[in-house]
Design a protein around this ligand. Structure first.
Ligand SMILES: Nc1ncnc2c1ncn2[C@@H]1O[C@H](COP(=O)(O)OP(=O)(O)OP(=O)(O)O)[C@@H](O)[C@H]1O
Length: 296
């Protein structure tokens, strides 16, 4: 293990034993090393094993095989969670409390001083645009407000590492944009963020790397930039045949060379070659359907 690894997941497996002796292999031989300061998107369809991984990392359940460490400390050891902020998949709170009262409870659990709790509460409520509702019981909050309070409590103790299970879930477009900006801000402050989602657009904008989990197995692991660079599906070619107006044509990757040679041989003029990039959504669908075999 090197010093700049924040989360190290090695050969992690999880088997659930269900009713009537059914067995669900939710995770199989998972290997991921998350670097300090990295924003990592853990992408996968429903039932892929994302929450299972996160529950193991946060000590709520035990893996069946392999190991996981946070800052070198095994996740079975509660001290591994000292500098961790966590947002569960469906956060729920004592809804008779107000947000401010709830955050005081969380701050106490982190061992923060009353002064630090009060300062940080003001900051996180402002960042998540919940100031106006800070002194209202949580029971009156909308779903999006509850989700934002979940993020506020994860950030309260200014943790070095944030593990967020579907942070954009239940948020409207404004809420999603707010959370994406927040993740970018946390990254700039040097935090490490590991978050799960099944929405590729969330990953494309804020993540450095993405891991795609399907049926408990990691099917792809790469930098978002590299995925977007590799993914050229074809070209939009603009050319003018001798003395004629510009024509646009879609050309497959393996036909580009021959098409260009043909146009030039006929005395045509190439005006523009625009690569048609495969976005992360397309890449994700290809991986999930098993048509993409680029692993790294
Ligand atoms: N306590 C449990 N007992 C039995 N099977 C379980 C249990 N928890 C999860 N599973 C099964 O393990 C698999 C992985 O579930 P998990 O919740 O980790 O997926 P996920 O990727 O988080 O899905 P989603 O995006 O729907 O939240 C699923 O087949 C699920 O049914």
């Amino acid at each position: 293990m090197t010093d700049n690894i924040e989360i190290d997941i090695a050969n992690l497996g999880k088997t659930y034993r269900g009713k009537k002796h059914t067995i669900v292999q939710a995770l199989k031989g998972l290997n991921i090393a998350i670097r300090k300061g990295e924003v990592f998107g853990f992408l996968g369809p429903n039932g892929a094993g994302k929450s299972t991984t996160i529950k193991i990392l946060t000590g709520q359940i035990k893996g069946s095989e392999g190991s996981a460490t946070i800052q070198g400390v095994p996740v079975e050891d509660p001290t591994s969670r000292k500098k961790l902020g966590y947002l569960p998949e469906n956060p729920s709170f004592y809804d008779f409390l107000t947000a401010r009262e709830y955050l005081r409870l969380v701050g106490n659990a982190y061992g923060m001083s009353p002064n630090a709790i009060s300062c940080s509460t003001g900051e996180v409520l402002a960042k998540l645009e919940l100031e106006h509702a800070a002194d209202r019981p949580i029971r009156g909050y909308s779903k999006g407000m509850v989700q934002r309070l979940g993020l506020a409590q994860a950030m309260l103790a200014d943790p070095e590492l944030l593990i967020l299970d579907e942070p954009m879930s239940g948020l409207d477009p404004l809420g999603r944009a707010l959370v994406k900006d927040l993740i970018k801000e946390l990254k700039q402050a040097g935090k490490t963020i590991f978050f799960s989602t099944h929405i590729t657009a969330d990953v494309e904008i804020v993540c450095d790397r993405v891991g795609i989990l399907v049926g408990g197995e990691l099917k792809a692991l790469d930098r978002v930039e590299s995925i977007l660079d590799q993914g050229i599906d074809g070209y939009r070619l603009s050319f003018a045949a001798a003395e004629e107006r510009t024509i646009e044509q879609l050309v497959a990757v393996d036909e580009l060379k021959a098409t260009l040679e043909h146009i030039l041989a006929q005395g045509g003029r190439i005006e523009r070659i625009e690569p048609l990039r495969r976005d992360l959504e397309r890449y994700f669908l290809d991986v999930v359907k098993g048509t993409n075999h680029e692993h790294s």
